[in-house]
Write a protein that binds this ligand. Structure first.
Ligand code: AMP
Length: 221
């Protein structure tokens, strides 16, 4: 018998900021019943609540830098601990550095889990900048909109829960440039880690969200 057959099968959605990881994660988790683990969402929640982790994280997120690996690993381990039984996890925006990828390997080994696939969403820089500048997020349910490409029915209000839409601090142009630099310097090398393990698949993220989702589901199938 395959010694991995009893392990929980987790996925990683990988890509630069604005690639559509959040939108795709929502669709995939709904469709496949996966647990959505977005380190960005967890950090934003901590910042909104003003916790110690939040105060520390804010110094990095507001300037487009990465939060230190130890802080991120602690919140990821806590969250994975909440996923019971054989439920699969979809990691969104994590791992973002080589040390995080190495630590995730260890955490998974200890917890009897494994990464089944890493899906990398490809989008060019110009598209990223226009997507991020127009992006709005629901303060309540984190749903994502775009002022031109995917506006809510009523300006500033979430279609799903009626929450207030806001522009993330880090979606301002100066911070976007910094986030892209951080992505190419620290996060892109993580792709090689998974390429070597033969887990990496790529999809064209320039297509509309439904089409990207179809590509991803075809790969998973
Ligand atoms: P995101 O919503 O995934 O774009 O994350 C927003 C910000 O949170 C990033 O620009 C980082 O400052 C921080 N962040 C999110 N995930 C990570 C991570 N895995 N490692 C370090 N920092 C992170």
């Amino acid at each position: 018998m395959d010694k991995n057959s009893n392990k929980s099968q987790d996925l990683i959605l990988f890509g630069p900021p604005g690639a559509g990881k959040g939108t795709q994660s929502e669709m995939l988790c709904e469709r496949l019943g996966l647990f959505h683990l977005s380190t960005g969402d967890i950090l934003r929640e901590a910042i909104a609540k003003g916790t110690e982790t939040g105060k520390l994280a804010r110094q990095y997120t507001d300037s487009g830098k990465l939060v230190p690996d130890e802080v991120v690993m602690k919140i990821v381990e806590e969250k994975i601990g909440e996923v019971g039984g054989n439920g699969g996890v979809l990691f969104d925006g994590f791992p973002r550095t080589l040390p995080q990828a190495g630590s995730l390997d260890e955490v998974q080994e200890r917890g009897g889990r494994q990464i089944k696939l890493v899906i990398s969403i490809l989008v060019n820089d110009n598209e990223i900048i226009s997507r991020l500048e127009g992006r709005r997020m629901c303060r309540h349910c984190n749903r994502i909109y775009h002022i031109a490409a995917n506006p809510p029915a009523k300006e500033g209000i979430c279609d799903v829960c009626g929450g207030e839409l806001f522009q993330r601090n880090d979606d301002r142009r100066e911070v976007i440039q910094e986030r892209l630099k951080t992505y190419y310097a620290q996060t892109q090398p993580v792709l090689d880690h998974y390429r070597k393990k033969n887990l990496l698949k790529e999809v064209d993220g320039a297509k509309d969200p439904q089409e990207v989702s179809r590509q991803i589901l075809a790969i998973i199938a």
